[in-house]
Write a protein that binds this ligand. Structure first.
Ligand SMILES: [Zn+2]
Ligand SMILES: [Zn+2]
Length: 350
């Protein structure tokens, strides 16, 4: 076992707002509990664009985005027990956490009391910057790596590592299933997976979208109903209808109006967030004992459960496969909502 830092190819934003370009980055030596993954595909998440353009501030540059990673294990450390060379493996939004707090012990590493270590734009335990999936290889602790079951194509599996788990976790937590009415707000990268997963869980699924432009797709992916939020009649017709509304949008919303669509004890769960704080008349939740909630990705074990569920139900993401040289163009198209429904980079072109 050679304990040497290797240099690998990647696409990085050299500074905030600069276009991404081909470069090389260091990957740490494969440690006792590490796996080396030959990355095959990396999804483009909307949050990659926020961070590469420093929309949230304090970005670490150069930045290699990418937290929807699918590939093949090509080397394992001597202490690794869960993976072998040749295994199909995935990495999502985090690559480490404290492992000691109540949340980490409960399999809720995403809510680690000390903060989880992001797959990119973060510092690892040694203070070294983490670099994400727009790259040919990554070294990750086996405890933060998941197995991608046979039966899921690797390119369609990549987006499940963020978009899949981000929608699966709240749908499970709020008990989406037979007899439940679930609305998915927004038909983008997250929303289209929310529709597929809620349908596979057995819920009656309604898409609430700005327009009816993607109606045909929504119904094909498993929605039972499709409404536009730009028509005030939608809010009259659907008042008091849903057990769960899963909001995948980050645009400012009239939360009072959406809360009125919930049944008693219903929950409006946000996995997207507007940049500005919201103002809300609390009678929107008092009347009907409703909840306004949020949810962030999912734990490692739950991510594995989600992948197994998706494999069992044949749920890959709907993707547009691109070459690395198209990343900047893809970013513009994501910002224009011009993608059905996730761009995935073929990392062989990096
Ligand atoms: Zn993401
Ligand atoms: Zn922790």
């Amino acid at each position: 076992m050679t304990a040497q830092i290797t240099t690998v190819s990647a696409y990085a934003a050299p500074s905030a707002k600069a276009p991404l370009e081909r470069t090389t980055i260091p990957r740490r030596p494969v440690g006792e509990f590490d796996v080396l993954i030959d990355i095959k595909f990396a999804g483009i998440c909307h949050s990659d664009i926020h961070q590469a353009r420093d929309g949230w501030g304090e970005g670490i540059f150069p930045m290699v985005p990418g937290h929807e990673i699918a590939g093949i294990v090509t080397e394992v450390g001597p202490g690794v027990t869960k993976f072998a060379v040749g295994d199909r493996a995935g990495v999502g939004c985090m690559v480490d956490s404290c492992r000691e707090c109540d949340n980490c012990k409960a399999g809720l590493e995403q809510y680690c009391a000390k903060g989880n270590v992001g797959t990119y734009n973060a510092l690892d335990k040694n203070g070294e910057p983490t670099y994400g999936g727009y790259s040919t290889h990554i070294v990750v602790d086996e405890n933060y790596t998941v197995g991608i079951p046979e039966g899921l194509a690797l390119d369609e599996a990549a987006p499940l590592l963020c978009a899949g788990i981000t929608t699966y976790s709240p749908l499970k937590h709020w008990n989406a299933g037979p007899g439940k009415k679930v609305a998915v707000l927004g038909m983008g990268g997250l929303g289209h997976m929310g529709v597929k997963i809620a349908h596979a869980l057995g819920a009656e699924v309604t898409v609430l979208s700005q327009s009816l432009r993607k109606r045909e797709d929504g119904l094909k992916l498993g929605a039972d109903h499709y409404y536009t939020t730009s028509d005030p009649k939608t809010f009259e017709e659907l008042a008091g209808t849903f057990d769960i509304i899963l909001s995948t949008v980050s645009a400012p919303l009239d939360f009072g109006a959406f809360l009125s669509l919930l049944k008693t004890d219903g929950a409006l769960v946000n996995v997207g967030a507007p940049e500005e704080p919201i103002s809300l008349n609390l009678f929107s939740v008092i009347a009907g004992r409703k909840s306004l909630s949020g949810s962030g990705i999912g734990g490692i074990q739950e991510t594995q459960e989600m992948l197994d569920f998706c494999a069992e139900h044949g749920l890959g993401a709907e993707i547009e496969l691109i070459e690395a040289s198209q990343i900047n163009e893809a970013y513009e198209r994501v910002l224009a909502s011009d993608v059905r429904y996730r761009f995935v980079i073929d990392t062989a072109t990096i």
